[in-house]
Write a protein that binds this ligand. Structure first.
Ligand SMILES: Cc1cc2nc3c(=O)[nH]c(=O)nc-3n(C[C@H](O)[C@H](O)[C@H](O)COP(=O)(O)OP(=O)(O)OC[C@H]3O[C@@H](n4cnc5c(N)ncnc54)[C@H](O)[C@@H]3O)c2cc1C
Length: 470
């Protein structure tokens, strides 16, 4: 590349904010580029080696591929581009250095432990290189760390967190400045999206393609659909996996294709004066914030129980149970329906996530961490904070968790939440049709499994008491 082919540049670093709308860091970067008479270079860095123990799983990588493609098109429509690179920011800047003068890097913050420690290193590197670094808090409604108890401690229980959060309001919409984006005459080289190898080989993503439209436009469409059809009956509909009673915004929120604040504002506007109708949905959205807040304060909880005594729980890893659970062949129709929905669509209804997770950790006594890893690889919305919270909740070892001794009965859950078998019929058709013979019998008997789980719990308590006495 010839020296000075590009004017001074502002680098915009897309991370988990793959959108143009309501993107405060992007709006600020664009304004700064214009003010400095610099070009704006939008970049996405594919660096799984920087994600610690949690590089994106297979389903999330599929999603990311589609989302980057959509983002590239949106940027092209504004006379810009998306530059793709494999590797970290330092490497890219070193590659650019002789020919491109980067004045500043703009991005939105991430709060996973690996991302936070990377960001610290990067800040130091950029300071030494004389490049400004501007980061913005837009991944959550309220910046993790900003809401605390009166004693200044992190909340461990959701309701008081929610009560305080409700007094805060959310940020106003960040509006992008009008007009064409300052772009270079000659763009620096970029990798091709297909060279990042995000899509699965062999191709097993047909079910995902049939179910989802990743990207900002897909996210906005999902939000509009929810505001039109779902929000009014959300309080009841959200518990019924056989109906489309929830927003299905979780992957769009994870990848930042839709901002949480824009969902909050849209829900509030769609229910003016009817806060009671909006409340259940806003509350769920706030659980997402609570999850980020917990991971922020307790970064070890992606792999370690928040309640440390659970590290001594007598888990057992039985291969045949593990296989049956993953394949949706446990003989419990609601559990199997959930695991098959997950495999086919990359998503599972929240009620069924709770039931399948509880079944794994209580009926089968398999460690919650194994379940969390499986979800991580198969969910399109796999999100370290939400997934850790969900699994610790199910295993009774997290913040505000279901007590371990409260054990879901998967048959009763099916009667309550899928009484017309709409969900089970869809995912386990052999259970409700004449081919019932090929459906496996239960791998464990409910009452015996329940007793075994309670006995394991008593063993744990015994161990703890012994430990305390010595
Ligand atoms: C074991 C287990 C694992 C989970 N793993 C994940 C995960 O990896 N990624 C993920 O996004 N969610 C996870 N959840 C939370 C929840 O199941 C999903 O967020 C929800 O099913 C997404 O569907 P929706 O978008 O239609 O939700 P809606 O009901 O429409 O809710 C709107 C948004 O609020 C947030 N939300 C809703 N419920 C929860 C919750 N219980 N905890 C945190 N945020 C919530 C989500 O961002 C969701 O998109 C998990 C739950 C459990 C029990």
């Amino acid at each position: 590349m010839k020296k000075q082919t590009i004017r001074p540049a502002i680098l915009y670093w897309f991370r988990q904010d793959l959108r143009l709308r309501d993107n405060p860091a992007l709006a600020a970067a664009l304004a700064e580029a214009r003010a400095q008479n610099a070009v704006l270079l939008p970049v996405y860095l594919w660096a799984p080696e920087e994600e610690g123990d949690w590089p994106a799983g297979a389903a999330a990588r599929w999603w990311l591929h589609q989302s980057l493609q959509a983002l590239e098109q949106s940027l092209q429509a504004r006379g810009s581009r998306l530059l793709l690179y494999h590797g970290g920011l330092e490497r890219l800047l070193a590659q650019w250095r002789p020919s491109i003068t980067v004045l500043a890097v703009y991005c939105n913050e991430r709060y996973e432990p690996a991302a936070r420690s990377r960001e610290l290193e990067l800040r130091q590197y950029l300071r030494q290189a004389g490049i400004a670094f501007q980061s913005y808090a837009s991944a959550t409604l309220w910046k993790p760390g900003s809401l605390r108890t009166q004693a200044g401690q992190p909340f461990r229980v959701f309701t008081p967190f929610w009560r305080l959060a409700c007094t805060q309001g959310v940020a106003p919409e960040a509006v992008l400045p009008e007009g064409r984006w300052p772009a270079p005459v000659r763009w620096p080289p970029s990798s091709l999206l297909r060279d990042l190898h995000l899509e699965p080989r062999p191709d097993w993503a047909q079910g995902l393609r049939e179910t989802w439209k990743p990207g900002e436009a897909g996210g906005q469409a999902a939000l509009r659909r929810f505001l039109r059809n779902g929000i009014h009956s959300y309080a009841q509909g959200r518990e019924l996996p056989g109906q489309r009673g929830t927003s299905r915004l979780s992957p769009y929120l994870h990848f930042g294709e839709v901002s949480a604040a824009s969902v909050w504002r849209a829900v509030m506007q769609s229910e003016p004066g009817r806060i009671a109708a909006a409340q259940p949905c806003l509350r769920q959205l706030a659980w997402r914030d609570f999850a980020s807040h917990l991971l922020f304060h307790f970064p070890e909880t992606a792999t370690q129980p928040l309640r440390p005594e659970f590290a001594r729980f007598p888990w057992r890893m039985r291969r045949e149970y593990w296989t049956a659970w993953r394949r949706g062949r446990t003989g419990y129709p609601l559990v199997d329906a959930g695991m098959r929905e997950l495999w086919h669509t990359g998503w599972m209804h929240n009620r069924v996530r709770m039931v399948t997770a509880s079944f794994l950790v209580k009926h089968l006594l398999i460690p919650w961490q194994r379940g969390a890893e499986w979800f991580w690889d198969t969910l399109v919305d796999a999100d370290l904070a939400n997934n850790s919270l969900g699994w610790q909740w199910a295993a009774g070892c997290g913040a505000d968790a279901a007590p371990y001794f409260r054990i879901f009965n998967p048959m009763r859950q099916a009667d309550r939440f899928d009484s017309k078998l709409q969900y089970i019929r869809r995912w386990v058709p052999e259970r409700v049709t004449e081919s019932a013979a090929i459906y496996p019998p239960p791998i464990v008997e409910h009452d015996r499994a329940r007793e075994r789980a309670l006995a394991a719990w008593v063993t744990l308590r015994g161990k703890l008491q012994n430990h305390a006495q010595h």
